[in-house]
Write a protein that binds this ligand. Structure first.
Ligand code: NAD
Length: 289
């Protein structure tokens, strides 16, 4: 029976955070100011509050000053846009992110709000300028944290992507599409499946690497994946109070070559990459103006 490697993201994320902290300490000892990250949270969504507090904890851990910008549920679009424009101007703020999803009344204008962020402070990499740079493979752009974290894990665990068949299940702007672009930039052959794909299994069964980001618990089962494939689970859902991914994790044991756990897989990497992106924006700002 195949031995399945569990690809943990916890220790790896710790390593990244240690490196980010060391770099910030070094910059500060050389007389530079502290980096700053502004996190905008609108409303009281419980999951969003947890994500924001994890981001703030990571900031504290590495020495980034987190500028908390909390707004009540009924905040209007103009107020948020004004707040972003003010943060764009602030010298002590290197990164700006808007925690998604926004409340219902603002959801249609999410993109408009993301476009208001100065691309050089766009630590989530969602601004069309950064998306454009990614799509043409220009590494000067800022890459979205979750796919960047997945790529980091693949590289760390020595999983080659060049020339391999990769199936991306999920095609969101946040995960699926930028993940597919990063993989193509690294010369993988990529298929993208989504809710309208007629038979996801026809694709996943042929893949060397399956990456899934749908939010559908246990969508990817053992019989959908060929023996010896690598399975990366980005999904996070809650079933009976328990956090689960898109993958039937137990079903992959003895079948897949490697699989990421949920929690403790891609999740911690996302936060670590956010810290890395903030550091990158800060270094560019203080050293290159
Ligand atoms: P989304 O809802 O924007 O997109 C979901 C995608 O999955 C869509 O493209 C949809 O077409 C596709 N999909 C849905 N059901 C499907 C099905 N049955 N078969 C095939 N495709 C299907 O979600 P998102 O923002 O991309 O997030 C996806 C999941 O990843 C969520 O569970 C989210 O919580 C999680 N997530 C995790 C991290 C992390 O750090 N680990 C970061 C971002 C998102």
């Amino acid at each position: 029976m195949m031995e399945t490697q569990i690809l943990s993201g916890k220790e790896l994320a710790e390593e990244v955070l240690n490196r980010v902290k060391a770099k910030i300490d070094e910059m500060i000892s050389e007389g530079y100011r502290q980096p700053g990250l502004a996190v905008l949270l609108v409303g009281e969504d419980p999951a969003s509050k947890i994500y924001v507090s994890k981001k703030q904890d990571a900031c504290d851990r590495v020495g980034i000053r987190s500028v908390s910008c909390r707004f009540p549920e009924d905040t209007d679009f103009e107020t948020l846009k004004d707040a972003i424009e003010e943060l764009n101007q602030r010298e002590d703020v290197d990164g700006i992110l808007v925690q998604l999803p926004l409340p219902e009344h603002l959801r249609d204008r999410t993109n408009e709000l993301l476009y208001a962020i100065d691309p050089s402070k766009d630590v989530d990499g969602f601004h069309p300028y950064n998306v454009g740079l990614l799509s043409i493979g220009d590494e000067r752009g800022i890459s979205p944290c979750t796919p960047k974290g997945v790529m980091y894990m693949l590289d760390h665990y020595g999983i080659e992507v060049e020339g391999r068949n990769v199936v991306m299940v999920g095609a969101s702007n946040i995960v699926g599409k930028p993940m597919a672009l990063m993989l193509v930039n690294r010369m993988a052959t990529v298929s993208i499946c989504h809710i309208k794909t007629r038979c996801v299994r026809d694709f996943t069964k042929e893949a060397d690497i399956v990456i899934t980001a749908t939010g559908v618990p246990h969508l990817v089962k053992r019989e959908m994946v060929r023996e010896g494939a690598v399975v990366i689970d980005v999904g996070i859902s809650r079933v009976n109070g328990k956090v689960v991914g898109d993958v039937d994790f137990d079903g992959m044991m003895g079948h897949a070559a490697a699989v990421t756990p949920v929690p403790g897989g891609v999740g911690p990497m996302t936060v670590a990459m956010l810290m890395e992106n903030t550091l990158e924006c800060y270094v560019r700002r203080v050293l290159h103006g």
